[in-house]
Ligand binder design. Structure first.
Ligand code: GDG
Length: 726
């Protein structure tokens, strides 16, 4: 039976001790609900920290046994590791940094070591239980190294990762001393998910700038493995908030508040104590509102719920003092014997009371300075059933703002806009409130947490299948054997060999990619074999090819087929002209003027603009810029514009490697033909081959070739085997 192994910092349970006895309560958070709705044919296993330090071996054994029954496996952490890994690196380094609070980022090697150690412990636990067909789904910023650690040990394992907090812009991410390690950890996954397109974009840009790996529509090739990066906005358990059961368990206190809401416009604010949530900014905006609008005094009240969190971290203690002081000041200044403008609760509420608060409040103020998604905003909207009214004022800095577009969206730093939104919310006509709520509810119902979890898992499964499909073309040991035998058994053999990216790897400077002695020796040996004809089919200029291979006396194609070299002479292909060059050259020169690091390569009948040493995005923008101009010119001169790997080439139409290859293909009745190449210009060669030929693509990208090899090394290895097989 296929299994999903969830790996998250916390298990969905709370452990407690009553009269010395260990007890635990399952806590159904959003993630647990989403997962429980997955196709029942999946078995589930959850690995995580149980939320308590447990030192005693007997207690540990009891917990392991009890948890096992519910499909959970605890990872026990010592007090020191919790301080350094959880409170330290996770909450004093990654959390502030990824939420743009770099002034709070702690750069501490001990924290980093603990972070690596705990990630290793989680990866070890997965390794102990995982089976080859399992899918692993790792969650959040505390465990970013786990995918990479698992990949090192299980090259074929299906691994997903979801980040619940923002991924910061490259400019911020780059300042972390551990940036390479973090990216390497994350890129161990087959699929990476983010709440918004913005976070995904930041991630892809960081990957490109730091590791040099480029993406194509969110797909990356990392060490010959394809990785899918996509947006999966997390939803809520809609039914649970829209139609809560057991409403009679609501406390007296909340009942009082429900009555209160009949006399007063209630404004609800609810968050964990966290500087990212913008609580002081919110209170300040409320103060401004009270100051500017005395007409609302006695008619509104802000219920400020702050849920205790991370109280061991200094900044959280400071924040608490700041909030306490502000609340005291406002109530002292504006409050009357009959009216408290701000009611402040520093604690959490049981679920049913929370929903009752959502239902009763007229306005919700959800205005974080940064927030990955923010589920409270979604829960508030969902709770407004049966004609209940409500207005959501939502920060544009929360991931949820991308979906809840019918709310009043504000910039939490702009106190004036904030204050105006409050007035608008108080005065908003009922029909408008109902319309906005209805529109948002439709989206929340459809894209709920079950949809989120199913969608992530389904795409992860598709990704695995896709990777396997690509692997099916890989030259297996037995196909390689067949190829070698067929080579040995034949008398006339044609080898069409691309050069750059096939026989040698790419270099920043094209002239540095010269052939090494080992390669020259293989080519020499092949050439000497009776009946073997190696031909180099390249896009390079003829002077370079002649200088490098002229002495070997092997045939060559240069400039993708403009020149053909046989019997120590170059022959020009018919119909090519160079009279168009003066018209195109100034366009490319202008580009070089404006783009330091790019350069023009002039061949006899081709002009190429190379941008491999400059920022890829800038290069791509420049290409877009000149495309129109070039298309106009090329139509008049019968030219073609080809966009290659960080190069744009302009040359005569009708010239390509496939056409050039036919000159050799039909020269003889070959009984063995093999073509090998790495980029799309080689596809023309592959397509020109007869059915029985062996076509081989270097790399895993899509190709019409019959077989693929993973790398230049594998391609050379094959060629070397051919050279030794006769
Ligand atoms: C991270 C990201 C992202 C809150 N107070 C009480 C209470 N809650 C529940 C809410 C909600 C959850 O806690 C809070 O979720 P958020 O999404 O708002 O925020 P984080 O905990 O910071 O979560 C965040 C999320 O991951 C998911 O990916 O949205 O951006 O920071 O469900 O209902 N529940 C109860 N009493 C309370 O007093 N019972």
């Amino acid at each position: 039976m296929p299994r999903i192994i969830i790996v998250s910092n916390r298990l969905p349970v709370t452990i407690d001790r009553k009269q010395g006895e260990l007890i635990y309560y399952p806590s159904a958070g959003g993630l647990a609900t989403g997962l429980s709705s997955l196709d029942q044919s999946f078995e589930r296993l959850w690995i995580g920290w149980p939320g308590q330090v447990v030192e005693n071996d007997t207690d540990r054994a009891t917990i392991v046994r009890q948890f096992r029954r519910d499909g959970m496996i605890p990872v026990f952490l010592s007090q020191q590791l919790i301080e350094d890994f959880y409170e330290g690196f996770s909450n004093k380094t990654i959390w502030p940094h990824f939420h743009y609070f770099t002034q709070y980022t702690s750069y501490n090697d001990r924290y980093w070591e603990a972070y690596s150690e705990v990630n290793r412990m989680f990866a070890d636990m997965v390794a102990r239980v995982v089976a080859p067909d399992d899918m692993v789904w790792v969650h959040d910023y505390q465990l970013m190294l786990v995918p990479g650690m698992l990949r090192d040990r299980f090259p074929e394992l299906s691994i997903g990762f979801f980040l619940h907090i923002p991924f910061p812009s490259y400019e911020l991410f780059r300042t972390l001393p551990w940036r390479e390690e973090i990216l390497a950890g994350l890129l161990g996954a087959d699929q990476l998910g983010f709440h918004t397109f913005g976070y995904m974009r930041h991630f892809l840009s960081s990957v490109y700038r730091i590791t040099g790996v480029e993406h194509n529509f969110g797909k990356l090739i990392v060490q010959n493995r394809m990785v899918n990066v996509d947006v999966f906005p997390m939803g809520i358990d809609y039914e649970k908030y829209a139609f809560p059961d057991n409403q009679d368990v609501i406390s007296e206190e909340v009942r009082f508040m429900q009555d209160y809401s009949k006399r007063m416009k209630l404004i609800l604010s609810i968050d964990r104590l966290d500087y990212s949530k913008g609580i002081p900014e919110r209170i300040r905006a409320y103060e401004l509102f009270l100051r500017r609008h005395p007409q609302y005094h006695g008619k509104v009240s802000l219920f400020l719920v702050v849920v205790p969190s991370r109280s061991n971290v200094d900044q959280y203690q400071d924040l608490k003092v700041e909030i306490d002081t502000m609340v005291g000041r406002i109530n002292g200044e504006f409050g009357t014997f009959y009216w408290t403008p701000l009611r402040y609760y520093y604690r959490s509420f049981p679920f049913h009371n929370l929903v009752a608060l959502y239902q009763a409040s007229h306005i919700a103020l959800i205005t974080p300075l940064r927030d990955g998604m923010n589920l409270v905003a979604k829960e508030y909207v969902a709770s407004k059933q049966d004609g209940r009214l409500g207005v959501l004022i939502l920060s544009e800095m929360a991931g949820a703002a991308h979906e809840l577009t019918e709310s009043l969206i504000i910039n939490p730093h702009d106190a004036n806009q904030f204050e105006q939104a409050l007035v608008r919310a108080i005065e908003m006509p009922e029909e408008e409130q109902l319309r906005s709520l209805g529109d948002m509810q439709k989206k929340l119902r459809r894209y709920d947490v079950k949809h989120w979890a199913n969608n992530f898992i389904r795409q992860q499964m598709d990704m695995k299948r896709f990777q396997q499909d690509r692997q099916t073309k890989l030259l297996s040991d037995s196909s390689r054997q067949t190829l070698l035998e067929s080579y040995r058994a034949s008398n006339s053999r044609l080898l069409l060999l691309d050069y750059d990216g096939t026989l040698v790897g790419f270099k920043n400077e094209p002239s540095e990619a010269y052939p090494d002695e080992e390669l020259l020796e293989v080519l020499r040996t092949l050439k000497k074999q009776e009946g073997t004809m190696p031909v180099i089919v390249s896009g390079r200029d003829r002077y370079t090819l002649e200088a490098w291979f002229g002495d070997l006396e092997i045939d060559m194609v240069s400039e993708h087929g403009v020149w053909l070299w046989s019997d120590r002479k170059w022959k020009l292909n018919e119909g090519v002209i160079a009279s168009w060059k003066p018209a195109v050259m100034p366009i490319l020169e202008n580009l070089v003027e404006r783009t330091p690091g790019s350069f023009i390569e002039e061949k006899d009948f081709t002009l190429a603009w190379h941008y491999r040493r400059i920022d890829n995005e800038l290069g791509a923008n420049r290409v877009r810029e000149i495309r129109d101009e070039l298309i106009y010119l090329t139509a008049n001169h019968n030219l073609q514009v080809l966009e290659g790997n960080k190069v744009v080439e302009i040359r005569n139409a009708g010239i390509n490697k496939g056409k050039a290859a036919t000159r050799w293909l039909y020269r003889k009745n070959w009984d063995f033909i093999m073509a090998i190449g790495d980029d799309h210009t080689d596809e023309d060669t592959f397509q020109a081959l007869p059915e029985q030929a062996f076509s081989i693509k270097v790399g895993l990208m899509r190709s019409t070739a019959k077989y693929k090899v993973r790398s230049v090394e594998e391609a050379r290895d094959l060629l070397s085997a051919l050279s030794k097989s006769r």
